[in-house]
Design a protein around this ligand. Structure first.
Ligand code: SD4
Length: 348
């Protein structure tokens, strides 16, 4: 087991350095195409979420928003729905574990007045987003991690329960047999492992604007499957996986968290909107920043941004094809849209 671990460790580290297959050139047609018309600003509430399971999260959030509820309550409800969804191997109780077989969860939540809370590497607590909210509301802190986060959750009355499902344990055991396997984002669902494919999705990022024009967001994930024990991605890091400002808008991210961390990416998207970019333009420019910083790695990694501005306009962009996002408001109840991508081909 020790030598296997050493091998896995070195293969993880080598993954970034390995020779990369040539990728079709930047899709000129895709990159130059006229931007899609900006969605009309709405007068009312709207919620948007990453990936196709975002439709279910939006519906849970809409039960709050549609009744005139607050954006913060809505995003928590949406994130809790995803965390409880037993079909989802990348968020909450059904998530896949890390390299050592331990399921660790990350989540954050933020409102447009700058109030925020987060937990990282949390074990055996089913609703990390709600623990994040308690961190925000009941402590002077923003982020609690590991054993301390779990201790706080228990003190707050969250039940401690073993979360790893039989299916996730079986997937982990299967992965351990596969010496050639290299962790690739979006490939957690081994039965359908096509990175970037819309059926192979990850983190839930959810953003909402309520009838009062207040914004909020949440982000929740089990992170990259088979990650090193203790690894924390972007999702619980305010500014990386999530950022919200009532003066401007909100952004969230999915994909390889290390790239979001390097670029303070969700903060970047919001700041670009502050400078006058539409949500679509801001997401696209943030993707360009990721590519400029790590052009080789960008050929095989997925990075996706989703943003909403204070007028309710929505935009999204990804490095590679396959990123879909869900929009829900009084008119559209379960719209699922394809985000534009820098590279026109799906990763293989
Ligand atoms: C992470 N960003 O832990 C998350 C995983 C994810 O699409 O979003 N994958 O890095």
């Amino acid at each position: 087991m020790t030598s296997r671990r050493r091998f896995l460790h070195s293969s993880l580290l080598a993954a970034g350095a390995a020779a990369l297959p040539a990728l079709p050139a930047l899709a000129a047609a895709d990159a130059k195409a006229a931007p899609p018309p900006a969605p009309k600003a709405i007068d009312g509430a709207r919620v948007v979420s990453t990936w196709d399971f975002g439709v279910g999260a939006n519906q849970a959030a809409w039960k709050v928003l549609g009744e005139g509820g607050a954006a913060l309550d809505a995003v928590e409800a949406g994130a809790r729905w995803a965390e409880a969804d037993l079909c989802n191997a990348t968020v909450g109780r059904c998530g896949n574990p890390d390299r050592d077989g331990v399921l660790t969860l990350d989540a954050s939540l933020m409102d447009g007045d700058g109030r925020c809370g987060a937990v990282a590497a949390l074990e055996d607590i089913a609703h990390p987003v709600s623990v994040a909210r308690r961190v925000m509301e009941r402590t002077p802190h923003v982020l609690l991690v590991g054993a301390g986060a779990q201790q706080f959750a228990i003190e707050q009355g969250f039940p401690k329960e073993p979360l790893l499902t039989d299916k996730a344990r079986a997937a982990w055991n299967e992965w351990r047999k596969t010496s050639k396997y290299q962790p690739v984002i979006n490939a957690e669902r081994l039965d359908n492992a096509k990175p970037g494919d819309k059926h192979n999705h990850d983190t839930l990022g959810i953003l909402a604007i309520d009838r009062a024009g207040k914004l909020a967001g949440a982000c929740t994930t089990s992170g990259m499957a088979w990650k090193l024990h203790g690894r924390v991605g972007d999702s619980p890091i305010i500014g990386a996986g999530l950022y919200v400002d009532n003066e401007v808008g909100a952004a969230t991210a999915s994909g390889v968290g290390e790239e979001m961390l390097r670029n303070a990416a969700s903060f970047l998207v919001v700041e670009l909107m502050r400078q006058g970019r539409s949500p679509d333009e801001a997401c696209r420019e943030a993707i360009d920043r990721v590519v400029r910083k790590r052009p080789q790695a960008s050929k095989t990694l997925q990075v996706c941004f989703l943003a909403i501005n204070k007028h309710g306009e929505v935009g999204a962009h990804a490095l590679h094809r396959g990123f879909v996002y869900a929009v829900c408001d009084a008119g559209k109840r379960d719209a699922l849209l394809d985000a534009r991508s820098v590279y026109a081909t799906e990763q293989t």
